[in-house]
Write a protein that binds this ligand. Structure first.
Ligand SMILES: O=C(CO)[C@@H](O)[C@H](O)COP(=O)(O)O
Length: 216
């Protein structure tokens, strides 16, 4: 899983223009869209419940990566898989039975990720690292788009890379990722890049091109 993958985050797009903003990216190497589920409790915002995800999945020709910023995510996981979602990540901080949730995602046939908030140390992953397909390192506090990436996070990404070693586990970053810091994230060890406000401010196609150039 060493290939660079850029995933536009729908939370950063203009929902009323979604199809128009997002569909052209399909021809430019974007295969996966990042979709945020927010419950207004674990995070301060509310976004994209399972039925909206299902509607979006029907109308947008991409794979979906759903980032579940919700407490007790298990009750929504079967609906997401039924909607055709290919990648699902749950927060270590919001998931009381983390191993069980990972096993549920995988048993239903999706790829499983664990998400860590910026303030959560990576040693909480030691027990489950052999079970996951990817780890999402939040580079901002979750729930709000348009924030600045927290630069001390590079060290944490590098430490995770070391922990992963030769395992086939991707490192995803999300929050404030843009053309100025994507290379630093990559040098630290990230290979999946979620991009919200940078991608959708101005011309998404030009922004994508700039991001691709910034990565090795
Ligand atoms: O998970 C989140 C926010 O918590 C996101 O996926 C945002 O959509 C990222 O947006 P930017 O930080 O890139 O604006």
């Amino acid at each position: 899983m060493s290939k660079n993958v850029i995933m536009p985050s729908l939370f950063g797009a203009d929902i009323s223009e979604l199809k128009k903003e997002v569909t052209p990216l399909r021809g430019l190497g974007i295969d996966i869209l990042h979709v945020d589920m927010m419950d207004g409790s674990f995070v301060p915002n509310i976004a994209f419940g399972p039925s909206q995800v299902a509607d979006l999945k029907r109308s947008l020709p991409f794979m979906f990566d759903v980032h579940m910023m919700v407490e007790n995510p298990d009750k929504f996981i079967p609906d997401l898989v039924k909607a055709g979602v290919e990648f699902i990540s749950v927060h270590q901080e919001a998931t009381p039975h983390l191993l069980k949730s990972i096993q549920l995602i995988k048993a239903l046939g999706a790829k499983a990720g664990v998400v860590l908030n910026p303030g959560t140390p990576i040693n909480t992953l030691e027990v489950v690292i052999d079970e996951v397909d990817y780890v999402l390192i939040m580079t901002v506090n979750p729930g709000v788009g348009g924030q600045q990436l927290y630069t001390p996070i590079y060290k944490k990404i590098a430490a995770l890379k070391k922990m992963i070693g030769s395992r086939s586990v991707a490192i995803q970053v999300d929050g404030g990722v843009n053309v100025k810091n994507s290379r630093k994230c990559q040098e630290a060890g990230a290979n999946w890049f979620v991009v919200g406000s940078f991608m959708f401010s101005g011309d998404p196609q030009a922004n994508l091109q700039a991001l691709n150039h910034s990565l090795k």
